[in-house]
Design a protein. Structure first.
Length: 250
């Protein structure tokens, strides 16, 4: 789905999952998505964690259920996977060394299998899901991307490499866009708040920390610890209230 919401449902963003399917399931149960809601996933569904295939399968099921609107962004790990498989992407040579072995193992593919041969062993529905991932999504006043933006460029002039890979240059600086950038990619112990410029939702679940999800409409932060099914809720409405969810600022 593209553009702003046309209903009064909730706007919710989910940080980097990296194969942690049990924690994803726990969050989805807690969210209870329903008609009118929009869930934006910030990328990096695969690699490193115990069940990359399971995560992709679960997200496809969510999209197919039509219980809510879904937006799935491309992370640098999906981009590397596509390049490794011989498709459009970047840095395919680094895929296996950045968690790709776990992804291939979840599909029962030995790491010695060449990329194009490995592609034939991945279900078509999974490949189509990964190919269709978006680079950015706007729901004013929020801009959702995987890694961040180049701080000195306009939205139209952003480079795909930056949207998927940028770190310190973006995190350490403000930017002139009239948007709050919601991103993942760079793991933090806690949600990164640098308002009104950015919110970082990668809290390193795959590294033993937690998976985070922010409901912008109700102002609730939901989190589940690694290897746990217990979801905690924290009221952060006071932080995000000044951002005026739904206002046309971009």
């Amino acid at each position: 789905m593209k553009g702003n919401r046309t209903s009064a449902g909730r706007l919710i963003a989910v940080g980097d999952i990296h194969g942690c399917v049990d924690e994803l399931d726990a969050l989805l149960v807690a969210i209870e998505p329903c008609a009118g809601d929009k869930l934006v996933f910030l990328g990096d569904y695969i690699d490193r964690g115990p069940s990359p295939r399971g995560v992709v399968e679960r997200l496809i099921e969510l999209r197919s259920s039509a219980t809510c609107d879904t937006v799935f962004l491309r992370g640098n790990h999906e981009d590397m996977m596509l390049a490794f498989l011989g498709e459009r992407g970047r840095h395919g040579e680094a895929f296996l060394f950045n968690g790709g072995r776990a992804t291939l193992a979840s599909y029962g593919i030995p790491t010695t299998v060449p990329g194009e041969e490995a592609r034939a062993k991945i279900p078509d529905a999974h490949l189509e899901f990964i190919r269709a991932l978006e680079l950015k999504h706007v729901d004013a006043p929020f801009l959702f991307v995987h890694a961040g933006i180049a701080p000195l460029r306009s939205l139209d002039d952003q480079d795909e490499e930056d949207l998927l890979w940028i770190r310190e240059e973006f995190i350490r600086n403000s930017h002139p866009l009239r948007s709050t950038v919601v991103f993942g990619h760079t793991p933090q112990r806690e949600v990164l708040w640098h308002l009104p410029f950015k919110i970082g939702l990668d809290t390193g679940c795959v590294y033993g920390n937690k998976l985070s999800c922010l409901d912008f409409t109700s102002g609730i932060l939901l989190q589940v610890e690694r290897d746990s099914r217990r979801v905690t809720r924290r009221d952060v409405a006071a932080r995000i209230a000044p951002l005026k969810v739904g206002s046309p600022r971009v």
